[in-house]
Ligand binder design. Sequence first.
Ligand SMILES: Nc1ncnc2c1ncn2[C@@H]1O[C@H](COP(=O)(O)OP(=O)(O)O)[C@@H](O)[C@H]1O
Ligand SMILES: [Mg+2]
Length: 342
Amino acid sequence: MVTASQALASNIDVSNEQMDTIEVENLVIEFALDNAFFKRQYMRAVNGVSMTIKAGEALAIVGESGSGKSTCARALTRLYKPTAGMLRLNGQDINCPENLISQEALAKQIQMIFQDPFGSLNPVHTIRHHLYRPIRIHLPHLSGQELEDYMLATLERVGLSPASQTAGKFPHELSGGQRQRVAIARALATGAKFILADEPISMLDVSIRLGILNLMGDMKDEGIGFLYITHDIATARYFAERTGVMYVGHMVEWGNSDAVTQTPQHPYTQLLISAVPEVGRKRDNNSSKDHSKNQIPLWTSESKGCPFAGRCPKVSQVCQDRMPDVTQVAEDHFVRCFALAR
Ligand SMILES: Nc1ncnc2c1ncn2[C@@H]1O[C@H](COP(=O)(O)OP(=O)(O)O)[C@@H](O)[C@H]1O
Ligand SMILES: [Mg+2]
C-alpha cells in the first residue's frame, strides 16, 4: 500500500525535478451551500486530489459532469482558493502570501482554454485584436511590425493560414474548429508553458476533433504541458501519457494512460470504458447498465466511505465506512478500491 502523497512523491524527487512542473498535492476545495440558513454548510467539490503535470506531457482528468475536474483547473489559475492542500508551479507555492506570484506572471505560465470557443471570443473584435491583447501584456517589448509578425506567426503555428487573412476576420466568420485554434493561439501567444484544456473538443464536430487533438499534440512535442479535461476516456488515451479518473471530487484511479484504459481496476473506470461506443460493436443491453446518477452523493467534510459505493456492483460494507487506501497495481498505475483485494 502507498499513500497518495507517496505516489505523488515518486514523481517529485529533487528540487531540480520541480522545474517545469505543476504539482497539486492533497487539494481540497469546498463551496458554501445556498440552503444553509443557520449553520453554514459546505460541499466538497475536490477531495484530497494530487497530481503532477510536466512540461512536454499531458495529464488527462476523466470523469462525468460534476466530478470536480474544472474546479481543479480553476484553482490552478487562482480563480478558486484551496480550502486545503498545495499548488506549486516550478516548485513555488502559487498561493504563498509572503511571496505571491503576480496574476500576470501566473498567466504567462499557465493558460486555460475552454469548451466553448465562441463564448471565449468577443464577437465585435477581429482575431488580430484577440491576439494583440495577450501579446501586449506578456511581451510588451514587441510593437509595430514585430508585434504583427509575432501575431501572424502564432496564427500560422496553429494552422490558421493564410494568417494575414484570418487576422482580419471576426469570430463568426470562422468554424468551431478554427475558433478553438484561435483560443489555442491566444494561449500560446503569451509564451505559456502549461495549458489547461477544459473539454476543448466536446463542442466541436466529431470530424474536426482529431485535428485539434493533433495540434495540441504538436504543442506537447514543443514542450508545453497539458492538463486535458474530458469526459471521454477514449480521447484521454489518444492524447495523454497519463490519466487520472475522478469521481465526486476523488481521484479513484490514475497512472499511465494505457494501463488505466486497457486494464482498468476501479469499477467506475470500468463503467466509463464500457460506455464508450465502438464502431462495429452492436448495442449491448447488458453492458453499462448503470447510468442512473441518482446515487451520486453530495460530498461534505462529514461524508465517509467510497463515493462510488452507492453505484458500485462490487460494493461491500467496508466501502460504506471508509475510503480505500491507494494500491499500486503496476509501476505507474494506482487505484483506490477495496474490491481489488477480493
Ligand atoms: N463556483 C461554485 N460555487 C458552488 N459550487 C460550485 C462552483 N463551481 C463548481 N461547483 C460545484 O462543484 C462540483 C464540481 O464542479 P466542476 O468542477 O465544474 O465539475 P466538472 O468540471 O467535473 O463537471 C459540482 O457539484 C458543482 O456544482
Ligand atoms: Mg467542467
